[in-house]
Write a protein that binds this ligand. Structure first.
Ligand SMILES: CC(C)(COP(=O)(O)OP(=O)(O)OC[C@H]1O[C@@H](n2cnc3c(N)ncnc32)[C@H](O)[C@@H]1OP(=O)(O)O)[C@@H](O)C(=O)NCCC(=O)NCCS
Length: 254
């Protein structure tokens, strides 16, 4: 891991907003930036949007929004990522006590992947959540390695462990190594429903018949209804909670 990095919030360094937004993160094309997050969250909650710089180059970013949460996994939104963005808007608007920070994206520049920067970024967010006095830090984690097993049910996928006891999934593993624990599954965390022509643009696949198919980068299948001219993707995530205790207590080794 690079030790030449520095992390700033967009509240402290608004001049970094453009490089935050334009970072070349390897998302599948069908997962488009959330307008609410970009046009509302980055403005209203700029202190929770973090930029990781290596020298003067932006190499990673974290997007997070605050919500009010009673600490019970059952009361987290069924719509996961989408639900958290909406809840942050409504909780902020009604002046609720925002006691929980929710990470929505950790993105590492494709040119700097595999250097451990995701851990740097998550650790910076956790430190910031501690410093700001949040009670909880939660994440609807997208198990990125599941793109190799899109048809497998999420509960059996997350149960896959390596010999060292950590999850087979690389992204769940990063969170668990930092001391996070799974608090629930979110089968309907992100939904993408669009006309067939959009799916063709995103994937370069023909989408010429109805049925269930897999697409590159998808961690779940896509259901195609050719007659009605749309296809629907519903992605499962895993709710994880990071400890906000002292740093010495929260790192985990098995
Ligand atoms: C997922 C992502 C944040 C990981 O960031 P990163 O800094 O490149 O990852 P790291 O270098 O910290 O590696 C994390 C783990 O994944 C493993 N890993 C890295 N690249 C991998 C790959 N292409 N395939 C499988 N495992 C991989 C590493 O070996 C490491 O595991 P280990 O700690 O057991 O050795 C980054 O790939 C990314 O931005 N992806 C696109 C956006 C995204 O999916 N974000 C996460 C959901 S919000």
């Amino acid at each position: 891991m690079s030790n030449s990095t520095q992390t700033f919030s967009l509240a402290y360094r608004p001049d970094l907003a453009a490089s935050f937004l334009s970072l070349d993160v390897a998302w599948p094309a069908f997962i488009e930036p959330s307008r609410l997050l970009v046009n509302w969250g980055l403005d209203v909650h700029s202190q929770y949007q973090l930029v990781v710089l290596d020298q003067e180059t932006t190499v990673a970013r974290v997007a997070a929004l605050p919500i009010q949460w009673d600490g019970h996994p059952d009361s987290l939104p069924d719509r996961g990522w989408d639900g958290i963005v909406e809840q942050s808007v409504t909780d902020t608007h009604r002046g609720a006590a925002l006691n929980t920070l929710c990470a929505l994206e950790v993105g590492v520049s494709s040119n700097h992947a595999g250097r451990g920067l995701s851990r740097t970024a998550l650790t910076a967010l956790r430190d910031e959540a501690r410093r700001l006095g949040f009670e909880h830090l939660i994440v609807p984690v997208r198990p990125t390695g599941k793109a190799e097993r899109p048809d497998e049910p999420i509960d059996s996928y997350v149960a896959r462990r390596r010999d060292d006891g950590f999850p087979v999934d690389n992204w769940l593993r990063v969170h668990e190594r930092l001391g996070a624990r799974m608090v629930g599954l979110c089968p309907t965390a992100m939904t993408v429903v669009a006309p067939i022509y959009r799916w063709r643009q995103w994937t370069d696949l023909p989408f010429n018949r109805s049925g269930v198919i897999t697409v590159p980068g998808g961690i779940a299948p896509v259901t195609v209804n050719h007659e009605l001219d749309y296809a629907a993707y519903v992605e499962p995530n895993v709710w994880m909670e990071h400890p906000l205790t002292s740093p010495a207590q929260s790192e985990r080794t098995l």
